[in-house]
Design a protein around this ligand. Sequence first.
Ligand SMILES: *Cc1c(COP(=O)(O)O)cnc(C)c1O
Length: 440
Amino acid sequence: MTDANNASLSSAHDRWVDRDAAVVWHGFTQMSTYAENRPIIVESGEGRELIDVDGTHYLDAISSLWVTTLGHRVPELDAAAREQLDRVAHSTMLGNGNRITIELAEALAPRVPVSEPHFLFASDGAAAVEQSIKIAFQYWTNQGITNRTRYLALGGAYHGDTIGAISIGAGGFGTDMFDPLRFDVLRAPGYDDPGWADTAVAMIRAHAHELAAVMIEPLVQGAVGMWITDPESVERVADACREHDVLLIADEVATGFGRTGTLFASEQCRIRPDIMCIGKGITGGYLAMAATIASRRVYDAFLGPDLSEMTLYHGHSFSGNALAAAVALRHLQLFDELEVLINVRERAAQLRSRLEQLSNGNHAIKEIRQRGLMVGVELTPPQDNLRWGRRVCAAAVNRGVLLRPLGDVVVLMPILTTTAEEIDRIVDVLQASINEVCAR
Ligand SMILES: *Cc1c(COP(=O)(O)O)cnc(C)c1O
């Protein structure tokens, strides 16, 4: 571990930032200040560390924005990608199949909490969400029911950045100017409201006749700042959907693949959604892959004569990409072989007790919210515009731990194979960074 401050003395980093800003447009980033905010420019990765162009190592405590599960350059995943390269990198799934993608769907089928599932693959979580919106809509129209056209979603919801996904999403993140493009959605409260499930259940009862589907992020609303709820509330909402014959879409793009301590958060909530969206961790964070998973009941509603309007006329060029499928299949096997979920639960318990100590009597911390290894540490700036979240994370990066905030919520999302020493290091660095920035 070299001193991260060396980067400021070095010109390699600055040169790469200049070249970067000259041609690359970064998402969710104001490019006019991109360089000033000292981005790290990654050259390589190793285990749970990223190494920048100056050779400085950073502990990746955000799982490369919530996608990395086992680490970077995992030998078995590297080998799976190489072996698939010797067969084929990609072939279309539109009207044709690919052996490795079939094997992946077969391996996932008994592991997902969806009954008799079929997998419609895509490349990003937002695309999986978009597919789920259209599937839920057409599910009803295929049965001649044309008034089930609305969706119920939650306050604080985030489902991706495409137009359908931002319609179901609750806004914020500077996206309010897109309001004229958003379709109208019924909005129940988010997990920050203890009564959210009661209200959602009442709304489902009142609006069932016009609802195509309800979409939720089970257990954790991630992007809004790690709002959490209890499994029983989620279960109650799922029960209401079943009782009133409304489809339930579980967006497990963030919570899926072990983050909350089970392979899927739906398992803890004892729910079996009609449609589920997965993404982020599906390939261990290696390659762009996502999927919309339909239960048998939903899937069957699309069966009909060849070329008929019953068909789902939707499909992405890189759906079911063979390289991604090979890595995803090996990743699912490794998850069991490495007993990843046991580590997630042990490290989550350790992290919980360390963070309790840290927050005890600390006036800079408003609340700590945690489910498994998804954590939000909400800071309490005494006034607006102090950008504490951003500054605390920058201070952590200077200490060699890569963090990224959501407003004034510092997100901790360690890679699932993280060690006890790394958890201690993350909390130690967070404590030092909060002390540095938030001292009164
Ligand atoms: C990240 C995320 C998405 C969008 O996934 P992308 O791959 O970034 O398009 C959708 N839903 C949830 C809950 C997410 O956290």
